[in-house]
Design a protein around this ligand. Structure first.
Ligand SMILES: [Ca+2]
Ligand SMILES: [Ca+2]
Length: 140
């Protein structure tokens, strides 16, 4: 599983660490697909959670990674909510998103291909989808 790691404490340091790990993960990533739920569980197994993007700084960091991965945002009965229950305030949706494709889309991923900060896409798991999990951990 692809892990995009971000920390609340030192984003730059984490980015360096991510890039070190990236070499090892790329091969694995190309062979794996994952659902949003799998990604959520995997992050919990590692003591973190799917990333909750609650500042522009954090979004800048996530966009800079240039990887595709699920984030901790879902559509709960028509309202976008983060995993911690907070309502979405500032969204960075890609052009034309969220489009609720086929009326059955309740999870959000960041795209690797977007050229601006607006790189969010609502999506569902489809066979062959190669979306990783964006892990956020807090280090005390
Ligand atoms: Ca966060
Ligand atoms: Ca979409």
């Amino acid at each position: 599983m692809d892990l995009l790691q971000v920390t609340n404490n030192n984003l730059t340091q984490e980015k360096d660490r991510f890039q070190e790990r990236n070499t090892n993960l790329t091969k694995e990533r190309d062979q794996l697909t994952t659902t949003w739920s799998d990604g959520k569980q995997h992050c919990m197994d590692l003591g973190g959670h799917l990333v909750i993007i609650d500042s522009e700084e954090e979004q800048v960091f996530m966009a800079g990674i240039q990887k595709r991965g699920w984030i901790g945002l879902t559509d709960v009965e028509g309202t976008w909510k983060w995993l911690d229950g907070k309502l979405l305030e500032t969204g960075y949706w890609n052009e034309g998103e969220p489009n609720n494709f086929k009326g059955n889309v309740h999870c959000v991923e960041i795209l690797h291909s977007a050229t601006s900060l607006k790189n969010w896409n609502d999506n569902i798991y489809l066979s062959g989808l190669r979306s990783g999990a964006a892990l956020e951990q807090s280090f005390e």
